[in-house]
Structures are given as structure tokens and as C-alpha cells.
Write a protein that binds this ligand. Structure first.
Ligand SMILES: [Mg+2]
Length: 280
């Protein structure tokens, strides 16, 4: 009798254990099929769900996802290249949907903010847009250059820009169009130089951007091949000129901290993800 009870208890335990195990395995799979962000409500018994968090974490002192978070939070600054061990991680991040989802979160917030504004409608309310990795994506270039794991090459990047083939970042274009509907005027403020103006205008138009108030580019490259000053100084200086001219910067969006640091930043700033390069 005692043996029968023990056997029954053992069977109950095994059944419970089996269903718990099944839940651990099945739940994340169902979420993946739904196409939604993978946020597993249980600690997976086997391994992290995303390859980006698993193998790479074990390979180096700092996992690549932690490195990327450090970059986005502006704790990791002044870096020249993506760490070599993270090339695959960044590539998967950029191409695998995660980047687009992160960008959509930023733009959803920006649209909600813009729609909440009590706008004066006086034609003086503007929104500052960066161009590279904000309005246009240079992913086709960076995919061929190690997703930022190889040192920036100004010559080859300029050749790519000269093609005028960069696709729009669809999330940013969605914000851009909504702002036009709301009566907020877009202003492009970019580290691209004046000699790239024509092709930049062509590229923006090809990708569905129109109706901007201004396109502000840096002066052409100096004789020494270098531009003077930091991106923060240049961009905040240009924003100051806009405010001095009577415009109100209701929003400012870019992929670099140097797009959104420096007075006047704008009433609200939005930082898009960019783990491929750093501009200080
Ligand atoms: Mg940019």
C-alpha cells in the first residue's frame, strides 16, 4: 500500500515536472511565432532565447548587448570601432528586426509627444532632424564594412553617399510626415557637408521626404581634410541661430548624443539607436 502511494506521488511529480518543462519551452516559441518582441515571462531552462545574448556573452569580458546598452546610454563614449567580437552581434541587431523595433519605440514616443503639444500654429515651430542613421539609413554601406567593426573610411563612405541610394528609416519618415500634418516644420541639420547638398536633396526626395524648411549642412571640408570643432558645438550653434531667428525647436531627433546635447537642445530630444559608430 505504501509502495502504491509512493508510486502515485512519483507519477504526480513527474507529470507536474513535465508540464512545467513544456511551458518553459513552448511559451517563448509561441511568442516568436506571433512576431512580437520576445519577452519571456519565465526564466528559460535551457539557454537565452536570442543568440545575441548567449554565445557572445561567454566569449568576452563584456557581453555585446551590455556594450550596446552602454553605448546607447552614453556611458561608452569616444569609441572608434565596434569591438571585433561584436561585429556579428551588431549585424544581427541591425538586420534582424531588433533595430527597427527599438526605432519604432522612439518614434512612437515622439509622435505621441508631438500630438500632445498645444501648438501655436504660427509657422515658427520646428523639429530638427539629423540625416544619417536618422532620416536615411546607411545600413547598405555598413553591412559591407563590418557594421562599424572596421575603421571609418571617409573616402569610401563619401562614394556611397554620392550614389544617393540610402533608404529612408521608415519610422523617422513616419514622424516627419505626421509633423507636417500637425504644422511643425522639419529642419534637417546634418554633419554632411555643403558639397554633398545636391545629392542629399536628391536622396531625401527619392525616399519620400519633402516640404522641409531648411537643410543645414556643414561647410565643405577644409584643406587639411578636417572639419573644425565638435559635432556638439556645430549642431548646438546652428540650433541657437534658429532660435535667434525666432523659431521654437519643439523636438530634436538623432542617432548620436552629439545631435541632442548642447544648448539649445530643443524642448524634447529623441535618441535613435546606433551601435555602428560614434560621433562626438
Ligand atoms: Mg546621424
Amino acid at each position: 500500500m505504501a509502495t502504491a502511494a509512493a508510486t502515485l506521488l512519483l507519477l504526480l511529480f513527474l507529470t507536474a515536472a513535465a508540464s512545467a518543462w513544456e511551458m518553459n519551452i513552448r511559451l517563448p516559441t509561441e511568442m516568436l511565432n506571433g512576431g512580437e518582441a520576445v519577452v519571456a515571462p519565465v526564466i528559460h531552462a535551457l539557454r537565452p532565447l536570442l543568440g545575441s545574448g548567449g554565445q557572445l556573452a561567454a566569449r568576452a569580458g563584456v557581453a555585446c548587448d551590455s556594450w550596446r546598452l552602454g553605448v546607447e546610454a552614453h556611458n561608452v563614449i569616444g569609441w572608434k570601432t565596434v569591438p571585433a567580437r561584436c561585429e556579428g552581434y551588431v549585424g544581427h541587431y541591425m538586420l534582424g528586426g531588433h533595430y527597427r523595433r527599438d526605432s519604432a519605440v522612439v518614434v512612437d514616443e515622439a509622435v505621441a509627444y508631438a500630438e500632445s503639444l498645444q501648438l501655436a500654429g504660427n509657422g515658427k515651430e520646428i523639429w530638427v532632424f539629423d540625416i544619417d542613421e536618422t532620416s536615411l539609413s546607411n545600413l547598405p554601406y555598413y553591412a559591407k564594412h563590418g557594421f562599424g567593426a572596421t575603421l571609418y573610411n571617409d573616402t569610401s563612405f563619401r562614394e556611397y553617399v554620392a550614389e544617393g541610394s540610402a533608404p529612408a528609416l521608415p519610422e523617422t519618415r513616419r514622424l516627419y510626415r505626421r509633423l507636417l500634418q500637425l504644422g511643425v516644420k522639419p529642419v534637417f541639420l546634418t554633419g554632411r557637408t555643403e558639397d554633398q547638398r545636391n545629392i542629399t536633396v536628391t536622396n531625401l526626395r527619392r525616399q519620400g521626404y519633402s516640404g522641409w524648411m531648411e537643410l543645414l549642412l556643414k561647410p565643405a571640408v577644409h584643406a587639411a581634410g578636417e572639419l573644425q570643432g565638435s559635432a556638439v558645438a556645430y549642431k548646438s550653434g546652428e540650433r541657437q541661430k534658429l532660435e535667434d531667428a525666432g523659431f521654437t525647436i519643439v523636438g530634436n531627433i538623432g542617432d548620436q548624443w552629439s545631435d541632442i546635447l548642447g544648448t539649445p537642445e530643443g524642448a524634447r530630444t529623441f535618441k535613435l539607436p546606433d551601435p555602428m559608430y560614434y560621433i562626438g
